[in-house]
Design a protein around this ligand. Structure first.
Ligand SMILES: CC(C)(COP(=O)(O)OP(=O)(O)OC[C@H]1O[C@@H](n2cnc3c(N)ncnc32)[C@H](O)[C@@H]1OP(=O)(O)O)[C@@H](O)C(=O)NCCC(=O)NCCS
Length: 169
């Protein structure tokens, strides 16, 4: 289930990737958006949950590696998420700080959307972020996603974006 994009190798996250997740969330610029750095236990829990997602639902997040250097760039892609009382395919992204500003998050997001509308046959994909996360909102816009409204999820406010599958033909 690996996937190649122009510049990235996307690898399904499993419980063996706890160390990579911990490393990504150690980055201060990343941790600021996730209530602080991951503990080792948190990284293990998230890696295990993502691994279960791949096993039971056939989809979860990827780790993204630079195809040229092999360096860890970030993570992202799809997962099922319950938001505003319904289950959606959600696409997301996160990059190590030194990789911001090169279009990598957009590349990961596009791979997720292609996967959803291609292999998974989904009708719609959502993305959400804190209203003041301008960089993440800009990725959504670059991907052609449309702002819908603000929602409340687990007591916090988020901006919700959607994209629908292109009509056949
Ligand atoms: C959100 C986040 C992933 C966005 O990263 P990003 O680097 O701004 O987004 P992209 O990778 O799409 O890069 C876009 C930038 O690269 C530029 N760019 C260069 N080459 C590009 C290409 N081939 N395609 C698209 N953009 C390109 C764009 O012009 C844009 O530049 P700008 O920031 O000066 O406007 C990053 O800020 C991050 O990891 N934040 C912390 C975690 C987080 O908030 N995650 C989201 C939670 S919902």
């Amino acid at each position: 289930m690996e996937r190649l994009t122009e510049r990235l190798r996307l690898v399904p996250i499993g419980r063996q990737h706890a160390g990579e997740l911990w490393r990504l969330h150690w980055d201060e610029s990343v941790a600021a958006w996730y209530w602080g750095r991951y503990t080792a236990q948190q990284a293990e829990r998230v890696a295990a949950t993502m691994g279960r997602g791949w096993q039971t639902r056939g989809v979860s997040k990827w780790l993204a590696y630079d195809r040229g250097s092999g360096e860890l760039v970030g993570r992202g892609g799809l997962s099922y998420k319950t938001l505003v009382g319904a289950e959606w395919l959600e696409v997301g992204w996160l990059l190590r700080r030194e990789y911001w500003g090169n279009g990598y998050a957009t590349e990961i997001g596009r791979a997720g959307i292609d996967f959803a509308f291609g292999e998974l046959g989904a009708a719609e994909v959502v993305a959400f972020t804190e209203p003041h996360n301008a960089r993440s909102r800009a990725v959504m816009v670059r991907l052609g996603m449309r702002y819908q409204r603000e929602i409340t999820h687990e007591s916090d406010r988020y901006a919700l974006y959607t994209i629908t599958a292109p009509s056949p033909g």
